[in-house]
Design a binder for this molecule. Structure first.
Ligand code: RNT
Ligand code: ZN
Length: 409
């Protein structure tokens, strides 16, 4: 009933809600594994992340091993409409052996691939350049010591082999996203030397072409402990990605606080075939709060739809809050991304563009503001119902019941 009336109201504006529902169903979101265990990983259960990233909080229920993490993910996926992906980090290996980062092999991740096959989902991957003794200086691929650089280059090469094999096994290419924490706490005297070393290391890591995987590079503004200079800055990686043909990863927490990340999508995508997103919510710094259905997220979704970028943007999430239920964080954050996409898919684009093309900015303003009153919630509830997931109080009860089942961990 709610849906029929919503459908009519959108139809009055020339918007087809059925088309929006169909489109949304096929937009995969790469859910990051690291919200489930506060970015600890399964190599060394006591280590904290380092590298200037930090999960804070001590809510019960953190996944302590791969089985718990998979159980939590299965629950989260069961409450997220549609089919999605899992974004794994190299520190999440599932093996009896304890290989160092430069020793990891596909077999250490094979249980994840078996599980993903079983779930019918694709996997993405990331080398882990933090939470390791050889990254304690916050220098890895740009370290002045060649031995340390070589160690990390070898780690990176191995993750590309693993991502390629994962992609092959699952019949869907894996994005292997490179983020290094490299930077300086205080003002460096030679930024060029560090950047030249990072570039040379990346070149050597990416030398061999690989099938079934895509390389991505992620820039950052600053991190705790590297306030003065981040070697892999936005300009560094924008240039690198354009010259080398990798994807550029735009993390919403990695820019100056007043920058509009949504504005970058059209600009950057003119220079490269594909983009990777880390949808996140910075609060005063790169704090990685769970994403809300707020203006920033709505603007990202608006640009993805308006600029017709959905077919060449990989949407990944990047947040970690340890003060709340980890599974609720995944479910709420991922659904917020979907809700934002749905709102964008429900816009009368021709009417909006016509006003802008005529320079009728009064009409454009009147339109954008009136459209906010349309009952998108009725369409969202219908989308959820068709995908057998709950909304409202029922969802809240389901999230709470699952959290209660893991509090004794
Ligand atoms: C850190 C980056 C990076 C990490 C993950 C764990 O600031 O955003 O993407 O959050 O790789
Ligand atoms: Zn990120």
């Amino acid at each position: 009933m709610g849906y029929e009336s919503a459908k009519e109201q959108f139809a009055d504006w020339g918007v087809n809600t059925e088309a929006a529902i169909d489109r949304l169903k096929d937009i995969p979101i790469s859910v990051h594994c690291w919200q489930g265990d506060d970015v600890v990983g399964f190599e060394n259960q006591t280590s904290s992340s380092g590298g200037g990233i930090q999960a804070t909080g001590n809510h019960p229920g953190r996944a302590r091993n791969p089985d718990e993490l998979r159980a939590d993910l299965e629950f989260a996926y069961s409450q997220i409409p549609g089919k999605h992906r899992l974004n794994l980090h190299a520190m999440y290996l599932d093996a009896e052996e304890t290989p160092d980062r430069d020793e990891i092999e596909y077999r250490h991740f094979a249980p994840w691939v078996d599980w993903a096959k079983n779930q019918g989902i694709g996997l993405d991957f990331n080398p882990t350049f933090f939470a390791h003794a050889k990254a304690d200086d916050n220098l890895t691929l740009s370290h002045p010591d060649e031995g340390i650089r070589d160690f990390w280059i070898e780690h990176g090469r191995r993750t590309r082999d693993i991502a390629s094999k994962m992609g092959e096994e699952l019949g869907s290419p894996s994005v292997n996203n490179i983020w290094v924490p490299d930077g300086y706490k205080d003002i460096p005297v030679d930024r060029m030397a560090a950047r030249a070393r990072l570039e040379a290391s990346l070149d050597s890591m990416l030398l061999q072409a690989k099938d079934n995987m895509l390389d991505a590079v992620e820039s950052k503004l600053f991190g705790i402990g590297v306030e003065a200079c981040t070697v892999g800055s936005h300009e560094f990686y924008l240039g690198y990605a354009i010259r080398k043909g990798t994807l550029l990863c735009l993390d919403m927490g990695h820019f100056h606080p007043t920058e509009n990340i949504a504005d970058k999508l059209s600009a950057v995508s003119l220079s490269m075939p594909e983009i990777l997103l880390h949808v996140s919510r910075p609060m005063r710094w790169d704090s990685d709060h769970v994403i809300l259905l707020n203006d920033d997220i709505l603007a990202m979704a608006h640009e993805l739809v308006s600029a017709d970028l959905l077919g060449r943007t990989r949407i990944g999430l990047d947040f970690f809050d340890a003060t709340i239920s980890r599974t609720a964080a995944w479910v709420i954050g991922t659904r917020n991304m979907q809700k934002a996409l749905l709102q964008a898919l429900l816009k009368p684009w021709e009417t909006l563009r016509a006003a802008e093309d005529k320079l009728d900015f009064s009409a454009r303003l009147a339109l954008t503001e009136e459209l906010k009153d349309l009952p998108y919630g009725g369409v969202w509830a219908e989308f959820c119902a068709r995908n057998q997931v709950s909304v409202g109080a029922e969802l809240i009860a389901i999230l709470e019941a699952y959290q209660n089942s893991v509090t004794d961990r």
